[in-house]
Ligand binder design. Structure first.
Ligand code: PEP
Ligand code: MG
Length: 835
């Protein structure tokens, strides 16, 4: 990254410029000062050696830009250059740009990785915005000249208006940054409405701090080989409202009315209502482990840097696992909170600044990381917007994870020994996500706001919460009885009998309503004309099995067993697996459990299995391909599944099957596992059903042959869509093509169902399509026998099924198969639902 040196007669002036720059780029640029002289009587002046040392301190091969105030400052800078060895002189450039405007423009440009020429050009153009504004030109025509590339000849710029309700809050910002990061081009973003400077569109922290709200005009500039594609993808994202419906945003993040926080009396407090519901119980005070940096400085920067990389990698893995869990328990929208955490972890500003502290100032990895996270948290907290201030908790959360990994600290357990109310100063989203709703009757915190991600997660876990109660809360003793109303924010300490009676009555009313909803979802899904469809859940963990049952799942149609293999250093043993499968099956009893064998590769790597990086991981060594090449691993899993089938209705299915040969080979290993168990006298279900995921087009075209080999099919529309449409589901440039509503994909489903039924076997759909209410009439009409989905979608899909008649659904299905695009299919269904 290009470094910057400020040469000034006045130390104070230079420090002021430095502070302004810091505000713009949060320290993400290497900037050094050479200002004033060491003479208390007359501190104004410049010193050649100081300039030389400043250059050395920010020097890199990318170059150094020197900005000077006047007179001898220029002379000192020129002479300092003479001290540099010949070969280091070339990338160091003196620039005549105005000191304040030039420094800001240069810093922002340098911070997103621009080269020295671009940095100089932006610094030189730094007066353009001021000049045009003072000469009466509309600032939106010239804004961007201040700090960014939009005015440069190579840049392409688009102007858009942000329409979604909350503007570029954390989740849309995360999507924006994730999309921008897929492209090589330099991309900047500017809030035209607030006349902000341009920021790096690949930095989550920078993008969020632009405070882009609903109705704001933004400018996106891109320069590079794929600039056009980048702008098209970003434009589509903005025009699609970042994939949010107004309802999504309201449900998840609309701030609840904030209430004043103060102790009303010694026995009553008032806080911010964050998650509705009455909680009554004894409190358990949670104190997180304090993370101290033992060693500030280190001798071996390379080793520290490597240590940080490892910690970041471990953290990435933890967050991805948590993201998958939350996606299954609370839904995709809530899980996207952790997308923002992943982006925060990769933020180029955070990484570059940490690197700089490690290499230039010999900070230890932990000290450097903590410094940068503290700065970033402080920058969020200083923003003039309570919603954005709340994002500081997310940065802090990610920062803590990395710190724990660096310092080898085990997080304090927040598992309550018995049901009670969790009291804490604040809870991070990660901490909240891991709470057991069976044990945590309520959450009451000193700090936090209704828009915190912890609040959102508490709502989706169904745990009542009041936050922002104030420090008085921590004066209570562990075990004190409290009660609170998550709808009003009132908290009672040792409530008297009358208060308890009232609260219990309100709680009973709420529970009755809740139970009515749940019991509707517990009913089977039957169409108007009496056709029953099984509705099952996709799960990952034991915890989610409980949620599935409560939300009306009639079993589990897809257990993604890879989650037993994550977050550990070696393959789980047969015994560990058997226990986990039995535990899940017991919770579901008497409903069935379909266990999918390990599906790794593609987007699901496993660190300890040492899978080599592949050019096309989705076309690579994944699913059954990997399993067949690792027969012992597969056999161990199959033995565990078989043993669990002894007492429970369990079925097994294999992922990514593309040929008859593969399923036959897998069945041979299953037969070998059975023989071994028999010889050991171990019992299992001899007739355990065997199925395959139909998620590769080859499996569809060979469905008649494959159906002869197995007892059932389960269509994985997530993978099937990407393979049918030849578009990587993780590549935003083409991901929209991988749409399961495409008639091409729907025709594949039709072919699969026809072949399955012809062979006399049943067929389910376990891809995301099954959870879409819009897809329900199509799938019912195509004759799908079983739907399996994320638990939160079950009640909606069951309700949608019960409104259908079979002949109507069949007519809808055959009509959509004749349409031209996914868009037309959706429009058609929406039209049908209206009539
Ligand atoms: C699918 O591909 O549709 C599927 C359910 O499997 P996964 O998303 O786990 O690849
Ligand atoms: Mg799949």
């Amino acid at each position: 990254m290009v470094g910057i040196v400020i040469v000034s007669h006045s130390q104070k002036l230079a420090e002021g410029v430095q502070a302004l720059v810091h505000q713009m780029v949060q320290g993400a640029v290497s900037l050094a000062l050479a200002a004033g002289i060491d003479d208390p009587e007359n501190p104004f002046g410049t010193d050649v050696m100081q300039v030389y040392q400043a250059i050395e301190s920010v020097y890199s091969e990318d170059g150094v830009l020197i900005l000077m105030d006047l007179g001898s400052a220029v002379l000192s800078a020129e002479m300092a250059l003479e001290f540099l060895p010949e070969e280091r002189r070339h990338p160091v450039r003196l620039c005549e740009a105005p000191l304040v405007e030039g420094a800001i423009a240069a810093a922002v440009t340098a911070a997103f990785g621009a080269n020295i020429e671009q940095v100089i050009r932006e610094a030189r153009g730094a007066l353009a915005a001021k000049a045009s504004q003072l000469s009466g030109i509309n600032p939106s025509e010239s804004v961007g000249a201040l700090v960014s590339t939009p005015t440069s000849a190579q840049s392409q710029v688009i102007h858009l208006t942000v329409r979604n309700q909350m503007g570029l809050h954390a989740r849309p910002a995360a999507k924006f940054v994730a999309t921008a990061s897929q492209f090589q081009s330099e991309i900047t973003l500017q809030n035209i409405t607030s006349s902000s400077g341009s920021v790096n569109a690949k930095s989550i922290n920078q993008v969020v701090t632009l405070v882009i709200r609903q109705g704001n005009e933004i400018a996106i500039a891109a320069s590079g080989a794929d600039a056009q594609a980048a702008l098209a993808a970003l434009q589509q994202l903005v025009e699609d409202n970042f994939g949010e419906s107004v309802a999504d945003v309201r449900g998840a993040e609309t701030p609840l009315p904030e209430q004043p926080q103060f102790p009303i009396s010694n026995s009553q407090f008032s806080g911010i209502p964050a998650s509705a519901g009455i909680a009554i119980g004894n409190i358990a005070i949670y104190q997180p482990t304090v993370l101290n940096v033992q060693q500030q400085q280190a001798d071996n920067p390379e080793a520290e840097w490597q240590q940080l990389q490892t910690a970041i990698e471990q953290t990435r893995h933890q967050i991805q696992t948590l993201r998958h869990q939350i996606s299954a328990t609370a839904g995709k929208a809530q899980a996207a909170i952790f997308d923002a955490h992943l982006l925060c972890l990769e933020d180029p500003f955070v990484i570059d600044r940490t690197r700089q502290l490690i290499f230039d100032r010999n900070f230890s990895a932990a000290a450097a990381w903590k410094t940068v996270i503290d700065e970033t948290v402080a920058a969020y907290e200083a923003l003039p917007d309570s919603y954005l201030q709340a994002r500081a908790a997310d940065v802090f959360d990610v920062g803590q994870r990395v710190m724990r990994s660096l310092t080898g600290t085990v997080p304090a357990s927040i598992n309550l020994p018995e049901p009670g109310i969790l009291v804490a100063t604040d809870l991070t989203p990660s901490e909240t996500a891991q709470l057991d709703p069976g044990k945590v009757l309520g959450i009451c915190t000193v700090a936090g706001g209704a828009t915190s991600h912890s609040g959102i997660l508490a709502r989706s876990l169904g745990i009542p919460a009041v936050v922002g109660v104030g420090a008085e809360l921590l004066r209570l003793e562990n075990g004190t009885l409290i009660a609170f109303d998550g709808e009003t924010g009132e908290v009672w300490v040792q409530p008297d009998d009358n208060q308890l009676r009232e609260l219990q009555a309100k709680r009973n009313r709420q529970q009755t309503q809740q139970q009515a909803l749940q019991s509707a979802a517990q009913q089977p899904a039957i169409t108007h004309d009496g056709h029953q469809i099984k509705v099952m859940a996709n799960i990952l963990t034991i915890q989610e099995a409980k949620i599935a049952v409560n939300t009306g799942a009639e079993g589990v149609g897809l257990l993604r067993s890879e989650f037993l293999y994550f977050d550990r250093v070696s393959v789980p043993t047969e015994e560990e697996q058997r226990e986990a499968y039995e535990a899940i099956a017991s919770i579901l009893s008497p409903h069935p459990l379909i266990i999918r064998t390990l599906d790794i590769g593609g987007d699901k790597p496993l660190p300890y299995l040492d899978l080599p990086p592949e050019a096309n991981p989705f076309l690579g060594w994944r699913g059954i391909r990997y399993l067949l090449d690792s027969p012992d691993l597969l056999k161990t899993q199959l033995r565990a599944i078989l043993r669990a089938s002894h007492k429970h209705p369990i079925k097994v299915m294999f992922p990514m099957v593309a040929s008859v040969r593969e399923i036959r080979a897998a069945k041979e290993i299953l037969a070998a596992a059975k023989t071994e168990l028999r010889s050991l006298g171990m019992s299992f279900d001899e007739a355990m059903e065997v199925g395959i995921m139909v998620e590769v087009p080859a499996a569809v075209t060979m469905a008649d042959k494959l159906a002869a080999e197995v007892d059932f099919f389960s269509i994985g529309t997530n993978d099937l869509s990407q393979y049918v449409m030849a578009s990587d589901r993780t590549n935003p440039k083409v991901a929209t093509l991988a749409d399961a509503f495409e008639p091409a994909v729907l025709r594949m489903i039709q072919q699969t169902v026809t072949a399955a039924h012809h062979a006399g076997i049943w067929v389910g759909v376990c891809g995301e399509l099954a959870s879409s209410e819009l897809a329900t009439p199509i799938l019912v009409g195509l004759g799908v026998d079983e739907f399996s989905m994320n638990s939160p979608a079950i009640s909606t899909v069951k309700a949608a099924i019960s409104k259908l008649r079979m002949d109507e659904a069949e007519a809808i299905a055959s009509a959509v198969l004749q349409l031209d695009s996914a868009k037309e299919v959706r429009e058609y269904i929406v039209g049908q639902l209206k009539t």
